[in-house]
Ligand binder design. Structure first.
Ligand SMILES: NC(=O)c1ccc[n+]([C@@H]2O[C@H](COP(=O)([O-])OP(=O)(O)OC[C@H]3O[C@@H](n4cnc5c(N)ncnc54)[C@H](OP(=O)(O)O)[C@@H]3O)[C@@H](O)[C@H]2O)c1
Length: 312
């Protein structure tokens, strides 16, 4: 079957955290790639500012609501690929509309807003955190578009946050289990670099496949490793509280009883994933995809983590 490279790209959610980095990387690594930024009303000014003076980018205002579908299809017509970087609740609503419109506009490649651990591992543990991402995967399978799922480890800076138990101001951390559970990590700047290389070479590495899962991570570390780095970087001992698996499960169960879905305990669900060995991408026979893209020289996660600790 003949396949085609990506010559025209549309990006949704490009004004967000990851999107801004991807705009920079596209301008440096793929300056000839025509890219349309889809921005919601209210974000298009920011989208124009982010790409000011860069000829390869154009900005289109979009409405992901039902009555905007016809315009969305017309906007996407002629594009080879859609990259969704939609964040938050929009992953469930706007992204679904985007997928349907892209399929109807005969877009060939769709890269959903995945950028997380493998959502299919530890499904019974992770109740709601990845539910939307799994639903999107199912939706994509029936569209006839070629789908590329970019999985990655925890973003270094996102991980050192209250969501994951860190309070760097007061130098404390809540650690799930014994702190030995391994996690994959990567700097988000490197996720942007890999994503652009994936887009540039989609045709070559996908071959005849319709679905491709790619895994990017640059370090495997435990909470205890991070605590040691933090102590060394600051010259101070973090005050560590270890939280048992029973306590974590109890918190999750209480939230499920209250919300019906566990919607308010996403960080807790991640802690359970870490304790149960589901937070490492290159395990259980899965290999990282980094080696397919030797043109990306990733930063050292250890250096990034130490720099974040040292800033406190
Ligand atoms: N592995 C990790 O540690 C990690 C950490 C953070 C994020 N992520 C993943 O990375 C991806 C991008 O995340 P991000 O942090 O860059 O996202 P973000 O900054 O929260 O949002 C990205 C963009 O999505 C659009 N958006 C937000 N809410 C929307 C809604 N309700 N409807 C439609 N569009 C909406 C907005 O674009 P416009 O206003 O321009 O339309 C926004 O700028 C997500 O898949 C996220 O899960 C992974």
């Amino acid at each position: 079957m003949a396949t085609h490279g990506i010559k025209r790209l549309a990006i949704a959610g490009a004004t967000g955290t990851l999107g801004q980095l991807i705009i920079q990387e596209l301008s440096q690594r793929a300056p000839g790639l025509h890219t349309t930024l889809l921005a919601r009303e209210g974000s298009e000014v920011q989208a124009r500012l982010l790409t000011a003076g860069m000829q390869q980018f154009s900005v289109r205002t979009v409405d992901y609501e039902l009555d905007g579908e016809r315009d969305l299809i017309a906007t996407l017509a002629g594009h080879d690929a859609v990259l969704s970087l939609i964040g938050g609740a929009g992953q469930d609503t706007a992204q679904v509309a985007l997928i349907h419109a892209a399929a109807r506009a005969r877009v060939r490649y769709f890269l959903p807003s995945e950028f997380c651990l493998d959502t299919r591992i530890g499904m019974n543990l992770i109740v709601s955190s990845y539910e939307v991402k799994r639903k999107i995967r199912d939706d994509l399978m029936v569209t006839g578009m070629r789908s590329i799922f970019i999985m990655c480890g925890f973003f270094t800076d996102t991980f050192l946050s209250a969501d994951f138990g860190w309070d760097l101001d007061s130098h404390t951390v809540l650690v799930p289990g014994d702190g030995e559970g391994l996690c994959s990590f990567i700097d988000k700047e490197d996720v942007a670099k890999y994503t652009v290389e994936v887009i540039k070479r989609a045709e070559a590495f996908m071959g005849e496949e319709w679905v491709k899962d790619l895994r990017f991570a640059t370090a495997t570390l435990s909470y205890n490793d991070l605590i040691q780095m933090g102590n060394e970087a600051t010259g101070r001992e973090l005050a560590v509280t270890y939280v048992s698996q029973e306590d974590v499960e109890h918190t999750l169960m209480r939230d499920i009883q209250r919300t019906g879905s566990g919607a308010n305990s996403k960080a807790v669900q991640m802690q359970l994933a870490i304790m149960n060995g589901c937070a490492q991408l290159d395990t259980a026979g899965f290999a990282l995809s980094n080696r397919l893209f030797p043109e990306v020289v990733p930063a050292s996660v250890s250096l990034s983590l130490r720099a974040i600790f040292a800033r406190q």
